[in-house]
Write a protein that binds this ligand. Structure first.
Ligand SMILES: NC(=O)c1ccc[n+]([C@@H]2O[C@H](COP(=O)([O-])OP(=O)(O)OC[C@H]3O[C@@H](n4cnc5c(N)ncnc54)[C@H](OP(=O)(O)O)[C@@H]3O)[C@@H](O)[C@H]2O)c1
Length: 266
């Protein structure tokens, strides 16, 4: 995989997260090409990661084994226009644009193109992303996509494209739900007399620790919650009020609303 020529259409935040992860993992900068309209951005990416930066999308696509479409959803159709004639026949096309379906990508690029659609999330910017892949293409294309995405976190596959709505609602929008919880915990800590910086640190480090326990302990969220809730203790007092005031129902309805909105947008 490290010998693949990887090209990015769009050199924004997500592209940079992937480029940083790939080069950190040993992928040579001269095997990565980025097409980006802004000259300052091209210079910046070339200087930081040793990647080749070009202005034209066709130049980037021409030698790519893997082509990552990393523009905003509303920029996608214009960005891929006329691109397929410049691409290698066996190239893998990865789209990370939220809500852009494989049917749209096939309509714009051609039915013969090998497409992998991905829903990443923001923690990818720090190497802790969760990406979910959907593709009807051959296994090799899914494996190439996993190689690129695992550079900035973890990845999973779904085998039905409509599952991307649920994925968007849980992991795509999910970081914001945890941010809201941290925001409220921090604000309440301040009300209880903590300094702002102390309250912020407590909320952030607690979120990180709880996340690590969820990810690494091999135990379910429910089991971990029981483990830290002593009967009659402080945690129990908090959770009783949260249940009474409908926090689980609010989260459930929120996740369902995100999924519905994702369906409406695509
Ligand atoms: N950021 C996230 O956390 C996140 C999470 C999930 C999914 N995504 C998806 O990732 C994709 C990229 O997001 P982002 O945050 O990295 O966006 P971004 O920072 O705006 O990057 C997009 C880049 O593409 C450039 N561009 C625009 N039109 C182009 C064209 N025709 N050809 C080549 N390059 C072009 C843009 O230049 P200009 O600035 O000049 O327009 C910009 O530098 C989006 O589709 C988004 O849905 C992002």
């Amino acid at each position: 995989m490290q010998r693949l020529n990887i090209a990015f259409i769009g050199g924004g935040n997500m592209a940079e997260a992937l480029i940083a992860g790939l080069t950190r993992g040993g992928h040579a900068g001269d095997q990565i090409c980025v097409s980006e309209p802004q000259q300052a951005r091209r210079e910046d990416l070339a200087r930081q990661y040793g990647v080749r930066c070009v202005e034209g999308n066709a130049d980037a696509a021409a030698c790519a084994d893997v082509l990552v479409l990393a523009v905003k959803p509303q920029q996608m159709q214009a960005a891929v226009k006329g691109l397929s004639v410049h691409m290698k026949a066996d190239a893998t096309v990865i789209s990370i644009a939220a809500g852009v379906t494989t049917a749209s990508l096939h309509a714009w690029l051609g039915e013969h193109i090998h497409i992998v659609r991905v829903m990443p999330n923001t923690p990818a910017l720090l190497g802790a992303g969760m990406s979910v892949l959907f593709s009807d293409a051959d296994e090799i294309h899914k494996q190439r996509a996993e190689y690129v995405l695992n550079a900035c976190g973890e990845s999973l596959r779904v085998n039905k494209e409509k599952m991307m709505h649920a994925v968007t609602a849980v992991s795509g929008s999910g970081p914001a739900y945890f941010f809201l919880l941290a925001e409220v915990m921090q604000a309440t800590g301040i009300k209880l007399g903590l300094d702002e910086a102390v309250a912020a640190k407590l909320a952030a480090q607690t979120a990180l620790g709880a996340g690590k326990m969820l990810a690494d302990s091999g135990r379910s969220a429910e089991a971990l919650r029981h483990q830290v809730t002593s009967p009659g203790g402080t945690t129990q007092a908090a959770l009783d009020v949260m249940y009474e005031m409908g926090l689980p129902a609010a989260v459930r309805q929120g996740v369902l609303a995100a999924s519905k909105r994702s369906e409406e947008l695509s």
